[in-house]
Design a protein around this ligand. Structure first.
Ligand code: PLP
Length: 442
């Protein structure tokens, strides 16, 4: 029976949709009205297999009972508590669980409401930390080309996506960028970490020589760049960044908004690569995408540097009305419990080989110029149509949706990141649907 929630509204004009081709969408809307486990239901009653965990966030699959129940109970018990100068137990409990889960040494947590806010928080902590320890000349931030760190001003400044930056003036000044590590000429069709490019990390030494270490506060990178098309670092690359930053007193920030919470088959990307940053930025999978929340984990050394001066004085002037919100905290706790109960934070490792073989079986199909994979993430890069970049991959996205599969495209790259509960036969389904589509693309 139609209800207001399962029919498409007939006026779509008011909502200016994010990162969406609004005019195209509103001519032929694609609406989800329900979701359960691995599937969405569309407004016309079709089932769509979720090949992207929503937007890289629904790692435990949809409408998981523990999480649903925790949210409902928390809303009834304590809906909101002021985040400043007051507390509630679940935020502290969640912070402790996260510290237990995080790599050794990341002992303190700041809560936010999104990946973008987590990035801003991390950058501000880094700058303030340098000031607090008497290194106030360290104001420069180093990001990376093709990095995505959300859409706020700090994030787009250190980020390396021209379309996200070019409209907004000078952004943060004193920012420089490492080169990205993506190299199709040398690394196309790599399985897992690509062989070539570790020396690109040495570009950081060049940047340090150019600006002097005394001006640089922090380097921020995604362990695997997700949003610009799954760019996987060569072995040793992140360790080299760690060595160089340590040598020069520069903080290393990992943006693990996508790589966190099991995506690579380990709790965090830091675990996968065996490299511990000073600050780790997370969001998305923290609450299974259900309630907006982010968490920034910082080292004890950073935290302790702030804990000085008169005790009644606020140590760090930063925070959000909803930092550690009770319902988000309850969702986070239930999500971590679900991950633990079902072994989801390491399930990506168990499935990685099946996933890799399945994706690479698409090699040789029309337009496919690269396939890459790590953990339970993959990308299929297509040759763009001459003079019409993005059009070919977007056509694949529309066809996939019609055929009951949700994929994500960025540029001419198809990115895949299914919920970690996916079955082997559903992996097969993703690949056979894509195979059919690739054969028919213009
Ligand atoms: N950082 C990374 C690495 C991301 O992938 C994203 C989102 O995809 C963000 C930050 C921004 O997160 P949000 O959209 O929650 O602000």
């Amino acid at each position: 029976m139609p209800t207001s929630s399962n029919v498409a509204p007939n006026d779509l004009s008011a909502f200016w949709m994010p990162f969406t081709a609004n005019r195209q969408f509103k001519k032929a809307p694609r609406m989800f009205v329900a979701a359960k486990d691995m599937h969405y239901t569309t407004s016309d009653g079709r089932q769509v297999l979720d090949g992207t965990a929503g937007l890289w966030c629904v790692n435990a699959g949809h409408a998981r009972p523990k999480i649903v129940e925790a949210i409902a109970n928390q809303a009834a018990e304590l809906d909101y508590a002021p985040a400043f100068q007051m507390g509630h137990p679940k935020a502290f409990e969640l912070a402790n669980r996260l510290v237990d889960l995080a790599p050794e040494g990341l002992d303190h947590v700041l809560f936010t409401n999104s990946g973008s806010e987590s990035v801003e928080t991390a950058l501000k902590v880094a700058l303030a930390y340098q000031k607090v320890i008497g290194q106030g000349s360290r104001t420069r931030l180093i990001g990376r080309e093709r990095g995505y760190h959300g859409v706020n001003f700090g994030g787009i400044s250190v980020g390396g996506i021209v379309t996200n930056r070019k409209m907004f003036g000078t952004l943060l000044t004193g920012v420089d960028h490492l080169p990205h590590t993506h190299n199709l000429a040398k690394n196309a069709f790599s399985r897992g970490e690509p062989t070539h490019g570790v020396d690109l990390a040495d570009e950081l030494e060049r940047i340090v020589t150019l600006h002097d270490a005394s001006t640089i506060a922090a380097v921020i990178v995604e362990p695997v760049a997700g949003s610009t098309g799954v760019l996987i670092p060569p072995p040793g690359y992140l360790q080299r960044l760690r060595d160089i930053t340590k040598k020069h007193g520069i903080l290393l920030i990992f943006d693990e908004v996508i790589t966190g919470y099991g995506r690579l088959g380990t709790p965090f990307g830091a675990d996968y690569f065996g490299v511990v940053p000073d600050i780790m930025v997370t969001a998305k999978g923290l609450t299974n995408g259900v309630i907006p929340m982010g968490a920034v984990m910082v080292s004890k050394e950073i935290h302790d540097a702030f804990m000085q001066g008169p005790e009644h004085v606020i140590e760090f002037f930063h925070g959000y009305t909803y930092s550690g919100n009770p319902i988000a905290s309850a969702a986070g706790l239930a999500t971590l419990e679900t991950y633990k109960d079902e072994g989801l934070l390491t399930r990506g490792a168990e499935l990685a080989k099946v996933w890799e073989d399945a994706l690479h079986s698409l090699k040789g199909l029309p337009h496919v110029i690269d396939i890459r994979n790590i953990g339970l993430v993959g990308a299929i890069e297509l040759q763009p149509i001459d003079g019409q970049p993005t059009k070919r991959a977007f056509a694949a996205f529309l066809k996939a949706f019609e055929q009951g599969l949700l994929i994500r495209t960025t540029g001419d790259i198809i990115a895949l990141s299914p919920p970690l509960i996916i079955s082997e036969s559903q992996i097969g389904e993703i690949v056979s649907t894509l195979s059919g589509i690739l054969k028919t693309l213009e």
